[in-house]
Design a binder for this molecule. Structure first.
Ligand code: COA
Length: 503
């Protein structure tokens, strides 16, 4: 407890310490909550549990929960199980929540991660009643210092009527000084965001708000949930090598140098494996401008390959978490944590000319990408930041394994069953089979390249058959609309996309 008070440097705030139960009693039915947390990092860990307990006696109690992205500490799971959600946005990755959302138990708004702040600022959706922000401590001048993510915490604090701060003693105080909090003006009154290099610092080290809004401070002492990525396997290593071959050929053709361009990579094991592959490459003096930093970025820093990394959250496996946060001084000068609207801002992504690598569920013959909806209907996680990056990057690269579910699903299909990234925003597709560089190619030039370089051999003939039947119908982007989704409906009815379809 004493250690907790020593982290509240502003003297007027020390008497605002309360229990999580008292803070939860302030939340009213129907409120909109803005919780810190981005991909399991920097989420609030005490209030959500107290809220679920408190709601047990009130069967109709429901709230809207807005966050940065997915939460750790099983918070999304307990919210979904307790049935207290009315609306959730902008991203989640919890299996229980996914199931309930797909059953229609609550509304989920799948939003580009850079958009939530703009919508709050423009008052085009519910405003935040209570922001709950995890912090390493509050400074003498009242700045709330975030922890392992910034996510949407700044806009939530600015927008909220009241703020509850969770000071987490398990988060190292060495995190102070690594954040860069910058909030653009309203659209229409805005100057250019003065960030021209990943390492530029343009804001304050903490969240500065009217201190009267800080209604309570809770102490917690619990680490972030570790990430559940698996180390690179043979298939993801092969994929990483294809991608590296592509980048090497860009260097050979003089389009990139050996330090490439600032890199963004999505979440998950494939993205981590791709970054891991850079360890063995000739690339050097790399910079990262991404949302989430996973284990591989720290390996690249250790190996002297990455000079600087900017992000909005740090999500690590348990051993890496101990290594990095147990020795944070070593990394601190090479890192910046920013709000997600800045890490994902179109203006900056375009200015820096990012190389952006994200994961797809399925891709089609013309390069459209589905990252979110299984069979076009069932939400997986959400679009996350992939759209922010793909639309604006110098190079929008999508990776996926060519088959799923032991080969019963082809990740290359005639027509994606849901479009997150249109053919206009997708530059390069990569699977373990190879890569297809779609830049400058018309629809009919793309098809054979994608089939031959990216589709699994067991599906190539079937895809060509579909294309032949589509060609008979003609058009700039030929399709046989009656057959376009037959692969998906056959999987639904027969459990496989293979062969049964006579095209
Ligand atoms: N149809 C149906 N299911 C498919 C599929 C397809 N075409 N392709 C993959 N799957 C299934 C897999 O079988 C696996 O199922 P399981 O959980 O039952 O094992 C699941 O989808 C996840 O696939 P996996 O290959 O393990 O990939 P992943 O963990 O890397 O996740 C996404 C892939 C697309 C779900 C994930 O990257 C995502 O949510 N992306 C969108 C957000 C984003 O890109 N953010 C980036 C900015 S940080």
């Amino acid at each position: 407890m004493e250690q907790g008070y020593s982290r509240i440097k502003h003297k007027d705030l020390k008497d605002r310490v309360v229990s999580a139960e008292v803070a939860a009693s302030w939340i009213q039915d129907g409120m909109t909550l803005g919780l810190s947390g981005f991909t399991r990092a920097g989420d609030v860990k005490a209030l959500p549990y107290a809220l679920v307990e408190r709601a047990k006696g009130e069967p109709t109690f429901k709230v809207d929960v807005f966050t940065g992205a997915s939460l750790g500490s099983d918070v999304d799971k307990i919210f979904a199980e307790a049935g207290i959600l009315r609306k959730r946005l902008p991203f989640q990755a919890d299996p229980t929540m996914r199931k309930k959302m797909n059953e229609g138990e609550f509304h989920f708004v799948d939003q580009h991660l850079s958009h939530t702040s703009e919508m709050l600022r423009a008052n085009t959706m519910e405003q935040i009643d209570v922001a709950v922000i995890e912090s390493v401590g509050i400074t003498e001048d009242g700045q709330i210092i975030p922890t392992t993510s910034v996510g949407n915490s700044l806009i939530f604090a600015e927008n909220a009527k009241e703020i509850i701060v969770e000071i987490n003693l398990a988060q190292t105080e060495q995190l102070k000084g690594v954040h860069d909090l910058y909030s653009p003006e309203k659209q229409g009154d805005r100057q250019p965001i003065p960030l021209t290099k990943p390492e530029d610092s343009i804001g304050t080290e903490g969240i500065l708000v009217n201190l009267d809004k800080i209604k309570g401070i809770i102490f917690t002492n619990q680490s972030d949930s570790p990430s559940n990525i698996v180390p690179p396997d043979e298939e993801t290593k092969v994929m990483a090598n294809h991608l590296i071959d592509f980048l090497k050929s860009e260097v050979e053709q003089g389009r990139l140098t050996k330090s490439l361009a600032p890199l963004q990579s999505g979440i998950g094991s494939v993205a981590n494996a791709v970054f891991h592959g850079l360890l063995e490459s000739d690339f050097e003096n790399l910079k990262v401008y991404s949302e989430v930093l996973q284990d591989a970025v720290f390996d690249l820093i250790d190996a002297g390959k990455v000079d600087f990394a900017s992000c909005c959250s740090i999500t690590l496996s348990e051993p890496k978490m101990n290594e990095v946060f147990g020795n944070f001084e070593r990394y601190k000068n090479q890192l910046i944590l920013r709000p997600q609207e800045i890490s994902n801002h179109p203006e900056i992504i375009r200015r820096l000319g990012l190389i952006s690598i994200n994961t797809a569920l399925e891709m089609d013959l013309y390069g459209n990408v589905n990252s979110t909806h299984v069979r076009g209907t069932h939400m997986m996680n959400g679009i996350g930041g992939s759209g922010d990056f793909a639309r604006n990057a110098r190079l929008a690269i999508f990776v996926t394994k060519s088959i799923a579910k032991d080969g019963d699903i082809s990740s290359i299909v005639p027509f994606v069953s849901h479009v997150d990234h249109t053919e206009h925003d997708v530059d390069v597709l990569v699977t373990e089979q190879g890569y297809a560089d779609l830049r400058g190619l018309a629809p009919r030039q793309r098809v054979e390249l994608i089939i031959n370089n990216c589709a699994h051999p067991m599906y190539r003939e079937q895809l060509m058959d579909y294309y032949q039947s589509a060609l008979e119908k003609g058009g700039h982007t030929p399709h046989d609309l009656e057959k376009a989704f037959s692969w998906h409906s056959q999987y639904e009815n027969e459990g496989t996309m293979r062969q049964l379809v006579k095209v």
